[in-house]
Ligand binder design. Structure first.
Ligand SMILES: C[S@@+](CC[C@H](N)C(=O)[O-])C[C@H]1O[C@@H](n2cnc3c(N)ncnc32)[C@H](O)[C@@H]1O
Length: 357
């Protein structure tokens, strides 16, 4: 299955190994002006090593009669924005970003569309800073961590809030099922998905005429345009995740669970204890309720809270043994690298990857 960078969430660039030397590759490009950028990811790379490589290539190409523009960077590597805004995202054959890693060279075939992500995040009509706003990128990551699912699989988010996971699931060609305890959130999710359906003609950077959903996403079968709302691709209802009886089928569960209070400064010991108790109870109550309603091997990814402490480390919820007793395998027991937060963000998201035993 070809990788689609617009659906990977955490990936900045996609590149393929060059079979030829970079010069041979560039010489093989059809006529007209060539734009090149070189990103040097080698251990001892610098802005100079990257630029020198690009200028060396340019010099030879110009000698052979080609017109060449070099995209420069302040760094050894071109930023995503520089690559994107100079058209080096792999869509135009003569606008090329080459990546060097020691002696190996790669050609960029996709760059994260930062504008599309920002639009999907910020242009939605119903937003609520108090429930925390799940970045669309992270929603994609949660869905992807469920593994490769057949198109049209039905993804449940039992803490759907304003509907970011539902939105991204629909755009990835899945069916989406959202529930939330708060009726206001249900209205927000509905409003946002109605907006999503209407804004499907917004085009992503570089896309020419293909019909896409907001931010460059194609609504794919069976939730295909013209209007996913009419095609019954999603369902949203009010419900307490610790007791609700969901409709079947549930092919996968991807969610950001209840994260507790939105702290802007480090919580006191008392506050932390109280938050750990409250969030832990809801998360375990939900997993207990869910475990009787899903089939063996159903993937469940859930972001749970972790709190910044005075020593700069994050205090995590210690629930893994209880989660195992509730009938789940925990796929990432070490959980290293799966703590998602901005620098100094007080409430981080700790991602658990589970599978029903
Ligand atoms: C961190 S927010 C999720 C935000 C969501 N990812 C979004 O895209 O906006 C957590 C959500 O869990 C909901 N919630 C809290 N307790 C719940 C429960 N027991 N059952 C279902 N939803 C609950 C809240 O109403 C809130 O919308």
């Amino acid at each position: 299955m070809p990788l689609n960078i617009d659906q990977l969430g955490g990936c900045l660039k996609l590149a393929v190994l060059l079979e030829q030397k970079p010069l041979e590759f560039l010489q093989g490009l059809s006529g007209g002006k060539i734009t090149i950028g070189v990103s040097d990811y080698s251990e001892k790379a610098s802005q100079k090593t990257a630029l020198d490589e690009a200028l060396k290539l340019k010099k030879i190409l110009v000698r052979h009669g080609r017109s060449v523009r070099v995209v420069e960077s302040k760094d050894a590597v071109l930023s995503t924005a520089t690559s994107l805004y100079n058209g080096l995202s792999g869509k135009n054959e003569r606008k090329v970003e080459l990546i060097k890693v020691d002696d190996e060279w790669f050609r960029v075939v996709g760059v994260q569309d930062i504008d599309a992500y920002a639009k999907r995040d910020q242009a939605r009509p119903a937003r609520d800073t108090k429930v925390g706003m799940l970045p669309p990128k992270l929603a994609q990551i949660l869905i992807n961590l469920c593994g490769i699912l057949p198109e049209g699989s039905r993804i449940l988010d039992p803490f759907c809030g304003t509907g970011v996971v539902l939105q991204e699931a629909l755009l990835m060609g899945y069916r989406a099922y959202g529930t939330d305890i708060n009726e206001r959130m249900i209205q927000y999710s509905k409003k946002n998905l109605e907006w999503l359906a209407k804004s499907k003609t917004v085009h992503s950077r570089g896309a020419s005429s293909r019909p896409v959903a907001t931010g460059g996403w194609r609504l794919s079968s069976p939730c295909q345009a013209p209007d996913p709302l009419e095609l019954n691709c999603f369902q949203i209802s009010q419900g307490d995740a610790t007791s609700f009886k969901w409709n079947q089928p549930i092919d996968a569960v991807a969610c950001e669970g209840y994260l507790g209070r939105p702290f802007s400064k480090i919580p006191s010991e008392v506050e932390l204890k109280e938050q750990k108790q409250e969030c832990g109870n809801i998360i375990l109550g939900f997993l207990k309720n869910l475990s009787t309603q899903i089939e063996k091997d159903t993937p469940v990814t859930i972001a749970i809270p972790a709190w910044l402490r005075e020593d700069g480390k994050y205090e995590r919820l210690d629930l893994l043994d209880q989660i195992s007793d509730l009938g789940y395998n925990v796929n990432n027991k070490s959980r290293e690298g799966l703590l998602y937060h901005r620098e100094d963000q007080v409430v981080a998201r700790d991602i658990l990857i589970l599978r029903k035993k």
